[in-house]
Design a protein. Structure first.
Length: 365
């Protein structure tokens, strides 16, 4: 349980974790940050999973709105790579470049053990279009590779604000086309290709799926969409209001990311490559897996996209993970539900590719 501040607002997520880490004693804070115990203030359940609370209480948080983008990138990379590569059995992990719209485009190819040709997942990392690289979501890619029995091609697309929209989208679409055209050379199956991503990467994946449908691009077998908001946040949602201060993703940070990515948010927010939810037609899209976190401001937007797809006749499997927050898929080996979430996504991918054998990533920690 925790209390509201004297000004009526909820304490920030770091203040909440500090409170919980201190013998679970509820505390509230006045407008100047001083401790204030007042029985008249509203109590509210803390829904976060204890594993999340324990992990985040050890971190010194940095928000995108409080530092330079360079500092934010360094922080995200540091915390994302601190534990080293996920210990799972893979046949190969290879870095290379491919031709991209803006020049050489770095990718990382993960190959599972076993006999190919393998299905392929083209994966786009999260990071609000302003941070992230091949290493920051490496654990997700390794986990999906072994658990889904597929090759994973992770794409290091160009970042904003140096490269504004549509640079990231163009890179991701070009990479998907390249994978389709080179699948056999890679040891993959060109008839079993899916796209996926987390957060901003999920928005990119959904945009690629829309464009592939509209322009007779690669025939995709699925879209794996992990807590992607799917629309520019021009309207407040209940989850955005409840978790405006995070944890991890805050509403202010989200706006920094969106407005760094777009040159003209007032106009570009309506482009379906930016806001897939706003596409005029969602029929004929590939089946979708949508994974969301309960304590995430992007939760409602992600789930609304699932309902939109379902209403358009698209097959959708949707999971909300209780007590989780934005970014939790990457915390395999630390947060038990991260392993469950990866295994759920992998099971769904195997279903799209008609693979029955299972290798739960949890078994390899």
């Amino acid at each position: 349980m925790f209390l509201r501040r004297a000004d009526g607002n909820l304490p920030t997520w770091h203040e909440r974790f500090s409170s919980l880490a201190n013998n679970n004693k509820p505390r509230s804070f006045d407008a100047r940050g001083g401790l204030l115990f007042d029985a008249r203030l509203e109590e509210r359940e803390m829904p976060l999973d204890p594993a999340i609370v324990a992990m985040l209480a050890k971190r010194q948080p940095i928000a995108a709105e409080d530092v330079s983008i360079s500092e934010f990138r360094s922080y995200v990379r540091k915390v994302s790579t601190a534990r080293g590569p996920l210990n799972v059995p893979l046949a190969a992990v290879v870095d290379r470049t491919i031709p991209g719209p803006g020049g050489a485009l770095p990718i990382r190819i993960y190959t599972p053990q076993g006999q190919g040709p393998f299905p392929l997942l083209v994966y786009f990392h999260g990071g609000g279009w302003i941070v992230g690289d091949l290493d920051t979501q490496d654990s997700i890619c390794r986990g999906l590779c072994v658990a889904a029995g597929c090759m994973v091609v992770s794409v290091d697309y160009r970042l904003a604000p140096e490269h504004k929209f549509p640079a990231a989208h163009e890179d991701c679409y070009a990479a998907t086309f390249w994978v389709a055209n080179n699948a056999l050379k890679l040891g993959g199956d060109p008839l079993r290709i899916a796209v996926g991503g987390d957060s901003a990467g999920a928005v990119l994946a959904a945009g690629v799926a829309l464009r592939a449908r509209d322009e007779d691009g690669p025939a995709l077998r699925g879209q794996l969409l992990i807590y992607g908001s799917m629309s520019y946040p021009s309207a407040m949602t209940p989850s955005m209001e409840e978790f405006a201060d995070g944890p991890i993703l805050t509403r202010a940070s989200s706006l920094v990311c969106w407005n760094s990515y777009l040159t003209d948010p007032a106009t570009e927010q309506h482009d379906p490559r930016v806001s897939p939810q706003r596409a005029s037609n969602h029929r004929g899209l590939p089946p979708a897996f949508i994974g969301t976190a309960e304590c995430d401001p992007s939760r409602d937007g992600a789930e609304a996209y699932g309902h939109t797809l379902s209403s358009a006749g698209v097959k959708v499997e949707q999971h909300r993970y209780a007590g989780m927050c934005h970014g939790f898929y990457a915390w395999i080996g630390v947060v038990p539900q991260a392993q469950l979430a990866i295994d759920d996504a992998a099971r769904w991918l195997r279903g799209q590719w008609h693979i029955t054998a299972t290798t739960p990533v949890a078994a390899h920690g």
